[in-house]
Design a protein around this ligand. Sequence first.
Ligand code: DX5
Ligand code: ZN
Length: 242
Amino acid sequence: MMVEKMIPVAALTRQIRIAPSILGGDQGNLASAVKIAVAGKADQIHLDVIDGHFAPNITFGPGTVKALRKITDLKFDTHLMISEPEMYVDKFLDAGSDLLTFHAEVLNGERFDALYSKIHARGKVIGLALKPATEMAPWVEQRLDKLDTLIVMTVNPGFSGQTMNMAVMPKLEKITMMLNDKGLPVDIEIDGGVEPETIGEVVLRGGNVLVAGAGVYYKPDPVTAIGVLREKAAKAISTGVP
Ligand code: DX5
Ligand code: ZN
């Protein structure tokens, strides 16, 4: 198994960050979901924007992000699961998103380049996301140095509370090795089914930003759950056991 070989490299180069996904929180009280993340000392807040077209759910838009921005200065990691992202980029930047992540499935190199220029001109950063079945296209590989974050989805986009798809692990290992070989400090964000039982599997394969919806908000004590995930990740890295 490749995992053992990868531990030292993965552990040395990237800082573990816990990113609660408020899609797993009380949808009638998203402010409380953000406050829970702050109280649990999360590193960033993961905001899932879904348009009912790219993925089968409808969530929230820039107005909600703007309202939530008043609560905290934590990094707003905005995961755009939408078919026409160009239409909304300015609105999410105005609303206070720090990182805008786009799905590779809806873009190409040229469109990415335009988005990159626009976002960086405003002092913000860009990411790309891959659905579980999506392999890295050549245009993505050619632009890895432009990314703040690469989201490796471990569930199909749409809903919180799904089980992590372990078939994605070989792709995650490949991505980690590629980024390490190129010496690129891109955050490798794992999105879908991150729980105390699965977090070790992904951090040992190089995942360093761990999104957790159910893994935080479905727990009896969500504030404490953030610390539990952090401890499990640290333990897996120090022992080499997932
Ligand atoms: C799925 C979203 C995820 C989701 C994760 O479409 O991108 O961010 O909220 O939720 P859990 O951690 O419950 O799988
Ligand atoms: Zn997400």
